[in-house]
Write a protein that binds this ligand. Structure first.
Ligand code: AHR
Length: 653
């Protein structure tokens, strides 16, 4: 009997131990007649936390470490020489009282001054300008002066400028330094050049060219990377950082607003969470505080989503109930939540609305939601959440509240958490999962059978962890496949945010992360491009996509979903081919109106034959999206999907 060609190929493949490279055409169908559930504008978003030097030393563009001399070791990050005193009498800023007094060294050949090592160096770029600023005061009458220098790794002076002090009162002085060459590990050095002593505080250096040119600004390349994600929601400021290692070190938003110089320093809980990645110099200056984070949400077009402490210190690190605020002690925590809504939305005549206006934003930030508690579990949580819900609902009935289902995506605590969130009628429940590739692929169907009657889902932290904990293509492809399940269930899943967002190559505690950087460069991981492809191709409504009348959730290694975008009149189809073979797929737009002509149809692909490849600072474009035109045959799109590919088709008419 004559064997069919496919069978012969298959036999050879079995003998050679390889997979067949061709397959039968698979027929998918997108029902374009029935427009399905709306996809929320908040669907794909960003989660920012100050971990991995994501804020100070990262997105926040300040280049000086310990600028206010408030670290427990007052001169950490600084090397002093000559006669330098740390003092706190009659300070400029009551919340950050320490400052340095530079005295004449007492000999014509001796020098007084100090230099700063920055965050893993002070990195400057050729011809770029940097704003040096300092608060200064003369302890005695007279004139004081300093010379400010940027020096390279071998102590050569790159650029220098002088500053003169003329007042016995604290005053801000500044000067611009232009870097003659690029230097990754420069330092800032200050010499006292007068006989008279000077007091210095809040010694600061920013690139002039920050995101939107703001003086207390953000690193441009990193903020741009956030903007380019097209995020719908921006969750901040954490993460475990919300809870603190103890209540003392929890994130308190009120300490992060108002005059930058007077924001009280906090210890960063990621300083010592992992002793194998220990960073004793990791603190939070809050120079990028809640005002700046709201402003960033606005800049990048995302809904702000603050997370506040519910009175529980990190539950992983505090097993003793006494470490937490008791239910009776919650009033100030609840007041913080109510005041935050006033800060974001209140009229400028209100206490907190006025502060927002004084900080430069009289119009409201239009805050619509808040999470109370980060990753909490057990009975301790709902009994604390309940009074928050009552107080917020009483004052702001339509405000959305997000509760937590704990750190795991299943199990006893997870079930209990969901049951309690239903009882408390939170609007959404925040689920977290850091799992392996197999979990991600199997869980593409996770939400298909979820209860539709309770709160909606917010996948607030997730990332596929391969064993090497790399941001490799395998992890990204599995996330892309898994996320088809978010979109298919958009009636239920209303927001999702990958975590963590940023990591400094010299200072990370946790990996994988979406965006990596050093002091001069940044790189968008392959996982970033998956998020971006979803963010840019959201659509407004789900469309049913089936193969043999079933959703495409892993059969033949394929995962697929479809959406309709009302405003651009575009059908959007996303397919992940996780299999080892190229697949021929025929996608029929069932019910397409006669006479529809597609003006522009494209396929944007992320593909690599190498699952272990990653984008790095040295090789940032190892796997990046590639766009090609595609053509339909009437209402059918015939495609060949290479093995290990995530493809997004946009069919626009
Ligand atoms: O994203 C890193 C950490 O993972 C978050 O801070 C915490 O919420 C989770 O455990």
């Amino acid at each position: 009997m004559k064997k069919p060609l496919f069978f012969v190929v298959l036999m050879f493949s079995v003998i050679l131990g390889t997979q067949p490279t061709i397959s039968q055409t698979l027929n998918m169908q997108v029902d374009v007649k029935k427009v399905g559930s709306p996809i929320q504008s908040t669907m794909y978003g960003i989660f920012f936390e100050d971990i991995n030097y994501g804020a100070d030393g990262g997105l926040y563009a300040e280049m000086i470490k310990n600028r206010s001399f408030e670290f427990p070791q007052s001169l950490l990050g600084w090397t002093s020489f000559g006669k330098v005193e740390v003092r706190d009498d009659k300070p400029a800023f009551t919340n950050n009282p320490h400052f340095v007094r530079l005295h004449d060294a007492g000999h014509s050949d001796k020098q007084t001054g100090l230099d700063n090592e920055g965050f893993f160096g002070v990195a400057v770029k050729q011809n770029a300008t940097y704003r040096f600023s300092v608060w200064g005061r003369l302890p005695e009458a007279g004139t004081g002066s300093i010379r400010v220098e940027l020096i390279d790794g071998a102590s050569n002076v790159l650029v220098k400028e002088n500053l003169t002090f003329d007042s016995k009162e604290w005053k801000k002085y500044q000067v611009i330094l232009k870097a003659p060459k690029t230097e990754a590990k420069a330092r800032l050095r200050i010499f006292l050049t007068s006989k008279a002593a000077v007091d210095l505080d809040h010694v600061s250096l920013f690139p002039v060219d920050t995101w939107k040119g703001r003086e207390n600004g953000l690193r441009k390349d990193l903020a741009q990377a956030l903007y380019d994600l097209h995020p719908g929601v921006f969750r901040f400021p954490g993460g475990c950082i919300v809870e603190g290692t103890d209540l003392e070190t929890r994130y308190q938003w009120k300490n992060t607003v108002g005059q930058v110089e007077n924001r009280k320093l906090n210890e960063n809980r990621w300083q010592y969470t992992f002793t194998h990645r220990f960073f004793p110099d990791y603190f939070q200056t809050y120079g990028m505080g809640f005002f700046e984070l709201f402003q960033l949400s606005e800049d990048i077009g995302a809904e702000p989503l603050p997370v506040l402490s519910c009175g529980l210190a990190c539950q992983f690190q505090n097993k003793d109930e006494k470490a937490h605020a008791s239910v009776k002690e919650l009033d100030p925590y609840i007041q913080d939540a109510l005041d935050l809504i006033e800060f974001a939305n209140g009229d400028v005549t209100t206490k907190w609305g006025k502060l927002r206006a004084d900080m430069g934003h009289p119009t409201p930030f239009n805050l619509k939601m808040m999470a109370v508690g980060n990753e909490q579990w057990g009975a301790l949580y709902p009994e604390r959440l309940e009074p928050f819900v009552k107080a917020i609902r009483a004052k702001y009935p339509t405000f959305k509240i997000i509760g937590s289902a704990g750190p795991s995506p299943d199990g006893k605590d997870f079930e209990f958490g969901w049951k309690e969130m239903k009882r408390l009628k939170t609007d959404l429940v925040d689920e977290h999962y850091y799992k392996d590739p197999k979990w991600f692929l199997t869980n593409a169907t996770r939400y298909d059978a979820y209860d539709r009657k309770g709160p909606k889902v917010f996948a607030g932290e997730y990332a596929c962890h391969v064993q090497s904990v790399k941001n490799n293509f395998e992890s990204a492809l599995c996330e892309a496949a898994f996320m088809t399940g978010f979109e298919r269930n958009a009636d239920l899943v209303q927001m999702c945010t990958y975590a963590p967002l940023f990591a400094h190559v010299d200072g990370y505690q946790w990996r994988p992360d979406l965006i990596w950087f050093d002091n001069l460069r940044s790189v968008r991981s392959v996982n970033y491009y998956v998020q971006q492809l979803y963010g840019m191709n959201k659509g407004t409504n789900v469309l049913a996509l089936t193969m043999n009348n079933q959703p495409v959730t892993g059969k033949d290694g394929l995962y697929a979903t479809a959406a309709w975008d009302k405003s651009s009149k575009t059908y959007i189809i996303k397919i992940a081919n996780t299999s080892d073979k190229e697949q021929s797929v025929s996608i029929m737009l069932a019910g397409l109106k006669k006479g529809v002509v597609f003006a522009k149809s494209t396929c944007t692909k992320l593909h690599s034959p190498d699952l272990d490849v990653e984008n790095t600072l040295e090789n940032p474009n190892a796997v990046v999206p590639v766009e090609i035109p595609v053509t339909l045959d009437g209402n059918v799109l015939n495609v060949k999907l290479e093995s290990k590919t995530f493809a997004v088709y946009r069919l626009q008419y």
